[in-house]
Design a protein around this ligand. Sequence first.
Ligand code: SAM
Length: 205
Amino acid sequence: MSEKASLDEEYWEHRYRQNRTEWDVGTITPPLKAYIDQLPNQDLQVLVPGGGNGHEAEYLFRKGFHRLHLLDFAAAPLRNLKERVPAFPQGQLLQQDFFSLTPNQYDLVLEQTFFCALPREMRPAYARQMHMILKPGGKLAGVLFSEEFAAEGPPFGGTALEYQAYFEPYFQFNVFEPCRNSISPRQGRELFIELERRERPQFIA
Ligand SMILES: C[S@@+](CC[C@H](N)C(=O)[O-])C[C@H]1O[C@@H](n2cnc3c(N)ncnc32)[C@H](O)[C@@H]1O
């Protein structure tokens, strides 16, 4: 079976139901927290895609970022967020495929262990879709793994060079560097990124 066929909604729902959620740190991680803490504007329209149990969304919501969507195609983690934070508006919990989002909606998208969970064949589509759903001047920020993994994914690793090939046509690289405040199991194994949407994609012939 292809990665795309096997890593579907059912696969992820099953993992949540079986509590096989090794990626879930149980709280917001330091790189995302530090990034959010320096944002000057709480009116931003923010998306946390493949956001799972929603620790980043919870943190944003409690900080007053109320124009916020948590998206995941598994239902269980969205229910978990709603149980922890009953005031989180149901309409801002999107149970749908990231690739079905429509254009020009968000000022900021936060990435953490979503890209690495996707079938590798979806990576070019991820970059294209991010460009499409961001508004002009919008940003994609967060963490990406910076090494290949020996074990079978997900998570699937990757390299800076590979990421540049996907993202450079669509984004200017404001920050793209080794992450300095990763959680200890991920130390030295992550990049922190802040990529700014190009007005028009630039493909070099
Ligand atoms: C490894 S988990 C990471 C969850 C969260 N970002 C975290 O750090 O705890 C990947 C998540 O992406 C979701 N997911 C995978 N493919 C998706 C897609 N195409 N659309 C929406 N969600 C997706 C899964 O259901 C899962 O919750």
